[in-house]
Design a protein around this ligand. Sequence first.
Ligand code: ADP
Ligand code: MG
Length: 210
Amino acid sequence: MLRTENLTFAYQGNSALQFPDINCPTGEHCLLLGQSGSGKTTLLHLLGGLLTPTQGKVIVGETDIAKLRGARADHFRGQNIGIIFQKAHFVKSLTVEENLLLAQSLAGASGDKKRIKDLLERLNVGHKLNARPDRLSQGEQQRVAIARALVNNPKVILADEPTSALDDVNTEEVIQLLEEQAKAVNATLLVVTHDGRLKDRFSNKIQISG
Ligand code: ADP
Ligand code: MG
């Protein structure tokens, strides 16, 4: 379950951004819509515990993550939240498999190469296990980013504009994958987008205005 209450955040020296309350129950798939600059990425970072709100609560499961700090916050995020950033960033000197092993290790889990292989295969990038991420196409990188977000079986999956750079066919494929994968681990899925094409795919929608 993913829920917020009276969330506000201000970048240093800027006026506060106020966010509508979110309530995305366990296992549900929600879409957060808003124009460019409306605060979608900021909200996603608050939901993922990467930013600390000025005011308000971010509840993941039973935990108010706005109250967690430092290593406890990192550990909680690693175990419970999978984030797909708008632009995937990997450790360039490591292979795809090593990047995913790193994600497991950062969450305090022991390396599970079978899980990594299975996930990559389901996402049709199993053959890229030993490749460096910057040798992959954008679409392949996106799939690997999805695999990395899912590798620790997160309770919550957050995706920032996962389809903004994609044509209709790939958009459909990525959304289907996210939905399927979320379903497989009964995760709560929140997709953030300005992409009007996704409107009809989600019944649970939240609009933010900038
Ligand atoms: P969106 O993802 O919807 O395009 P963002 O959350 O990236 O919106 O940005 C919301 C607002 O916060 C914008 O006005 C943006 O300029 C501002 N902003 C984003 N990141 C920073 C930052 N690191 N420092 C100061 N202002 C920022
Ligand atoms: Mg953004």
